[in-house]
Design a protein around this ligand. Structure first.
Ligand code: ATP
Ligand code: MG
Length: 179
């Protein structure tokens, strides 16, 4: 609720915990309830619909219609992301374009990241995504079964960036699927 009311200081998150505790469920619930956002085509400034209705967008901006509506969210399963990274040609430029495109939305959900069976190539692709989100100040929610300690010791470059960008939310309790 704090996320969609925009009461937080950061809007990236890592949801971690065991299977079936509702990590993906909550990430999707957030995505579906994000406030609609529009952009001024000329200035690139970001406004909520309420701000526009209330004309609360600053006296210096003559709003140039029609405003851009960017895709609100992108959702990708982590394994699918790694496969897609291999599919885009081995030309680095196009991989970067693919990652930028994923991060163009208000929120990217990277679902079900597993740290088991990581290869060097997967690790580089994960680093590319996290570092791009970090540099471009994009919001990303990662769901994972990894523990905080596993995340911490997995790759310091990745964890250091996540630590600055993200709320770390542990999920505990009973598997919904087994209830
Ligand atoms: N708050 C909730 N109320 C009702 N159903 C829920 C709730 N949270 C999760 N569920 C249901 O429980 C099931 C498991 O949830 P979900 O897939 O989000 O778990 P998960 O933590 O992502 O698990 P995994 O780590 O295996 O991916 C889904 O069918 C989901 O719809
Ligand atoms: Mg899940």
């Amino acid at each position: 609720m704090s996320y969609i009311r925009e009461e937080l200081d950061k809007y990236s998150a890592v949801f971690f915990g065991n299977c079936g505790l509702g990590k993906t469920h909550l990430a999707i619930a957030i995505a579906k309830n994000l406030r609609p956002i529009v952009y001024d085509r000329r200035t690139g400034m970001r406004y909520t619909k309420e701000q526009i209705i209330n004309k609360d967008y600053g006296v210096y901006y003559a709003f140039s219609y029609p405003p851009i509506k960017k895709p609100q969210t992108n959702f990708i399963n982590a394994d699918e992301y790694f496969v897609r990274c291999n599919e885009v040609t081995f030309n680095k430029e196009s991989k970067i374009t693919y990652v930028k495109e994923l991060l163009r939305s208000e929120l990217l959900i990277l679902d079900d990241l597993s740290l088991a069976n990581m290869t060097d190539a997967k690790n580089e692709n994960l680093y590319l995504l996290i570092n791009s989100a970090y540099l471009d100040c994009r919001n990303i929610i990662i769901t994972t079964n990894a523990t905080l300690a596993q995340l911490k010791h997995y790759d310091v470059r990745i964890f250091s960036r996540l630590a600055e960008m993200c709320h770390f939310q542990e999920f505990t309790g009973q598997d919904w699927r087994l209830k």
